[in-house]
Design a protein around this ligand. Structure first.
Ligand code: GDP
Ligand code: IMO
Ligand code: MG
Length: 422
């Protein structure tokens, strides 16, 4: 368990933040490998709640060092606000946060282009944080990186070149007001001093740490079904949250990884648009939303809710290589007489062999359900497995068998202490 990847196994918001916080007690370093401030990872300690967007969820453990890898896209303003928020809560950041010189910067035009694109015909329901446009520039080799903050002339040159193109696009294609080049240059020049102390050669730092015996937990954002390659494209994010993304996003060889851990919500949620076969677009779904407080940690949007989809999570297990899982939000199901689990999909009366990821094929499938008895009892204060009701154990075992992994953590509430470690 010395170098582990932690992935969201569904459409994000599985409770990764809470579980990273629990696990980080046993790790020296927690490293984020993709995504940006589109993520919202919640950690609750006692009555205090922290929502992290860019900084790894290990930051609340004083002895833990935290890394933001090259695969992450960083909005410098969001980063500095987060650092300030944590420091105001007496959490020290200096000397504990290491940011890759190769991470790309989110620029004001990325956020603007994200919002303009969402007003068009190809709406995705993004978080509006500029994620897609920033990754577009990265792959078009036009991006501006953290390391560019260190060279003022280069930073200015790159901003001018990019803005010439973006302003043309804004004016001629979108009929939008141009952005103020000088204002953006001076704004980004000012980030230099504040971010400088954290800039690190992350691959070297991490590889040396691992070679010296340190334990590293790689924290994914979003979830497998939001992966740009393996998710429900085009209704995905623009990075690779799946476990393979961890190596690319941090500069580590796959041979260093010793375990892969999946975070699995006891039912399914999704924010934004896109197919969702087990969605409960009715009163039952509304109940799950209220019981689970399913509102986005980044945008506050209501999350769409539905039954647990074992066929989807089994696919996620395969593409990620999940060996062990944390089942979260089990307490949310406590009021139900009967709980349904999707065990497969049918199309025209035929059972599907593999999980279809395209929008058209997913919209045509019929989920096949099995029903399990509810436990109708508050489990949110139970701290050992044996004390769980027999129906809860049956539900857990059903998930484990149908998805094909071992369950090693059960979460029965948002707080640190509402966790059963097996
Ligand atoms: P993440 O993006 O995967 O880190 O998840 P979010 O933080 O966006 O959403 C998970 C929400 O569920 C947060 O509000 C957590 O505080 C909360 N949560 C996490 N685990 C549990 C649990 O076991 N039970 C309940 N009721 N809430 C939980
Ligand atoms: P965490 O890490 C849930 C969704 C958005 C949208 C799609 C694309 O908290 O689990 P983007 O802004 O990334 O271009 O939006 O992806 N999305 C998330 N959904 N949890 C997240 O992160 C998400 N990050 C992005 O709602 O459907
Ligand atoms: Mg979230």
């Amino acid at each position: 368990m010395s170098v582990s990847v932690l992935v969201g196994s569904q459409w994000g918001d599985e409770g990764k933040g809470k579980i990273v916080d629990i696990l980080s007690e046993k790790y020296d370093i927690v490293a984020r490998y993709q995504g940006g401030a589109n993520a919202g990872h919640t950690i609750q300690i006692g009555e205090k709640q922290y929502i992290l967007h860019l900084i790894p969820s290990g930051i609340l453990r004083e002895e833990c060092e935290c890394v933001i890898g090259n695969g992450v896209v960083i909005d410098p303003k969001a980063l500095l606000d987060e650092i300030e928020f944590l420091e105001n809560h007496n959490i020290s950041i200096k000397g504990r946060l290491f940011i890759s010189q190769n991470a790309h910067l989110i620029m004001p035009y990325h956020k603007l282009l994200d919002s303009i694109s969402e007003k068009g015909d190809q709406k995705i329901g993004t978080t509006g944080r500029g994620i897609g446009p920033c990754y577009i520039d990265k792959y078009a080799r036009k991006g501006i990186k953290i390391v560019d903050l260190l060279n003022r002339d280069e930073l200015e040159r790159k901003i001018r070149v990019n803005l010439e193109e973006k302003n043309n696009l804004l004016k001629k294609v979108y009929n939008h007001e141009e952005l103020d080049v000088e204002k953006i240059i001076s704004e980004y020049m000012a980030f230099d001093a504040a971010i400088d102390p954290y800039i690190t050669d992350v691959p070297l730092y991490l590889n040396e740490a691992i070679d010296s015996g340190k334990k590293v937990l790689m924290e994914g954002a979003q979830g497998a079904l939001l992966d740009v390659d393996h998710g429900t494209y085009p209704f995905v994010t623009s990075s690779n949250p799946t476990s393979g993304g961890a190596c690319v996003g941090l500069g580590l060889s796959p041979t260093k990884i010793t375990s892969i851990f999946g975070i699995v919500k006891a039912y399914t949620t999704r924010v934004g648009l896109g197919p969702f076969p087990t969605e409960l677009d009715n009163e039952e779904g509304e109940k799950l939303r209220q019981w689970g407080a399913e509102f986005g940690a980044t945008t506050g949007r209501p999350r769409r809710c539905g039954w647990f989809d074992a066929f989807l999570v089994k696919y996620s297990r395969m593409i990620n290589g999940i060996e062990r899982a944390a089942i979260t939000k089990l307490d949310v199901l406590s009021n139900l007489d009967e709980i349904k689990v999707c065990v497969g999909y049918e199309q025209n009366g035929k059972k599907l062999k593999s999980f279809p990821t395209t929008e058209i094929s997913l919209s045509k499938v019929q989920p096949v359900y099995e029903s399990l008895p509810g436990w109708k009892q508050d489990i949110s204060n139970i701290t050992d497995y044996d004390s769980l009701p027999s129906e809860t154990k049956e539900y857990l075992s059903f998930i484990s068998v149908n998805c094909g992994f071992e369950i090693s953590i059960i979460s029965v509430g948002p707080r640190r202490d509402q966790t059963i470690v097996l």
